[in-house]
Write a new protein. Structure first.
Length: 386
């Protein structure tokens, strides 16, 4: 194997290069650009397992260079770091790297782990937030934070830690100091299946109320932001997951997007101030949608006012980013109008208080746990369902 020049990866037993960019063109974090460092964004990581594969790596780096990726480039995942300088042969580009684990890692490792991106010196490019669920990824293309649920094997069902992390992310970026807006989307065939009912079934009496509070706090965090929030529904949104989008400033979906309000038939109650927000969006239809535990397809959601636009899946995130850019042109009074046009926080808190009491009632009477257990039983044994 010939020796590697300063412009190539150093002596690593396992390295990775990013392929399949999240958006059609390469994007960089604005702070990274000013530092001369580039934050690489991607929807997947392609693994190269051994030093013997560095020729293949060189070819892929050439493809990235031809596609317009600026230089230099740095990557970090949970357990290892690799850095390179594309097209640079200047001395002193070696960087200290953590010892990699042996063998290949799963192909869905992401650039952002534990809330941090790093440049080649190991400094944080983006500050960390306080909680890490392991199931939410963040990228910042074109000054917009794209937040992605990544628990596709469970239809992106939201654990308690995921809800805590989402609220923290909204507060982190919501100041507007580092981004122009926030897009929330999912991975796989679901936006999110809502609360993780398997975990909810194990909660003691009163536990459902505290779980609902984690949903409520997402709504609070969303309405406190000073930047536009856009929900990009790649698939079905269930229960609290669809209800938390009701306070977002826009909701865009693919033809596969659906809204599903299953709570009534499960013995649960709606959350996220949906008792106030849903009637504002759909009018008198709100009662029927909740009482019948309705499942609403994309076209009906558009006509009802739950969705603002339907686009193809490949255009979903890009469309959301373009919308945020239109709303936040230089000199625009965006933050002022968000405050004027969003529902008042006092009214939202009042709705949340009423919903909390309703959740406490169904929890204490046992209706909620009975409904959850019946649902899980029917899912495990479909033939027993009515």
């Amino acid at each position: 194997m010939p020796p590697r020049t300063p412009g190539q990866f150093r002596k690593l037993d396992a390295v990775a290069v990013l392929t399949g960019p999240l958006l059609p063109a390469p994007r960089v974090h604005p702070h990274a650009r000013r530092r001369g460092q580039v934050l690489v964004l991607s929807s997947r990581v392609h693994q190269i397992g051994a030093a013997a594969d560095l020729d293949e790596l060189d070819a892929q780096l050439g493809e990235l260079r031809a596609a317009g990726w600026p230089t230099p480039m740095a990557m970090k995942t949970r357990n290892w770091t690799a850095s390179c300088s594309l097209g640079s042969s200047s001395p002193g580009t070696d960087q200290k790297t953590e010892a990699p684990r042996t063998g290949l890692r799963p192909a869905d490792r992401r650039v952002r782990r534990r809330g941090e991106f790093v440049d080649m010196s190991g400094r944080d490019v983006m500050p960390a937030w306080d909680i890490e669920s392991g199931n939410i990824d963040v990228a910042v293309p074109e000054d917009v934070a794209v937040v992605t649920f990544r628990r596709p094997q469970k239809l992106n069902a939201l654990t308690g830690d995921m809800r805590r992390e989402l609220a923290a992310i909204l507060r982190h970026f919501g100041t507007g100091d580092s981004v122009r807006g926030i897009v929330l989307t999912g991975t796989g065939r679901a936006f999110s299946a809502g609360e993780d009912l398997t975990a909810a079934a194990e909660l003691p009496e009163g536990g459902l109320v505290s779980e609902d509070e984690l949903f409520h706090d997402i709504t609070r965090a969303a309405l406190e932001t000073r930047v536009p929030l856009v929900a990009a529904l790649n698939g079905i949104a269930v229960g609290g997951a669809c209800e938390m989008t009701l306070c977002f400033d826009a909701r865009i979906g693919t033809p596969a997007a659906e809204y599903f309000f299953p709570e009534n038939n499960l013995g649960l109650t709606i959350s996220n101030a949906a008792s106030a927000l849903l009637p504002q969006l759909v009018g008198h239809k709100a009662m029927r949608l909740v009482m019948e535990s309705a499942r609403i397809n994309a076209q009906d959601a558009l006509s009802f006012g739950l969705l603002d636009e339907i686009v193809e899946e490949t255009d979903l995130v890009e469309t959301a980013i373009r919308m945020i850019h239109r709303w936040t042109r230089p000199g625009a009074a965006t933050a002022a109008h968000l405050q004027l046009l969003r529902p008042p926080l006092a009214a939202i808190e009042q709705a949340i208080a009423v919903e909390t009491e309703a959740a406490r009632s169904v929890d204490q009477t046992g209706i909620a746990h009975a409904g959850i257990n019946q649902f899980l039983s029917q899912r495990s044994n479909p033939r027993t369902g009515s």
